[in-house]
Design a protein around this ligand. Structure first.
Ligand code: ZN
Length: 149
């Protein structure tokens, strides 16, 4: 099975595929051969943008390697524009993968969202510490599953 098997050029029941094929409206910021960049219809802050590959892959794991540079380059292009025009001091880039991680459209996308001082948006994290030997155990386990191709 090659890595394109799970991805399709278009899924007719997918909101982002319908935007890409102009069957649904969106505020398009720019596009190129592989990527469409739009405004999120329900922004965290005004100017919150989405970077969407023009290939229907449900999440980060399904994305073909060839799409990665274009997606991250596009995220940088739109982040520079948003930071410049809104005079931002900070922004977030993130992606939700899987329902339990908050993914709502199952076509991979990156969020680029403005941040403001005291905007009260935060991940509420309770950070852990590794117990004796646990960090090495997790590192060994992950290293055993690393596949570079
Ligand atoms: Zn799609």
């Amino acid at each position: 099975m090659d890595r394109f098997t799970k991805c399709r050029m278009v899924a007719t029941d997918c909101t982002f595929c319908r935007i890409i094929s102009r069957k649904l409206p969106a505020e398009i910021l720019f596009e190129d051969k592989h990527v469409l960049c739009i405004l999120d219809i329900n922004p965290i802050h005004y100017g919150h943008a989405l970077v969407i590959p023009k290939l229907h892959c449900k999440d980060f794991l399904e994305l073909p390697q060839e799409y990665l540079p274009g997606i991250f380059h596009s995220a940088q292009v739109v982040a520079r524009a948003v930071v410049s025009c809104l005079n931002l001091e900070g922004f977030n880039i993130f992606s939700n993968n899987g329902r339990i991680a908050g993914q709502s459209v199952f076509h991979f996308h990156l969020h680029v969202t403005p941040r403001y001082e005291d905007d009260n948006i935060k991940f509420v994290l309770k950070l852990k510490s590794y117990e004796n030997g646990e960090m090495e155990k997790y590192a060994k386990l992950i290293r055993q599953h690393i596949k570079m191709s």
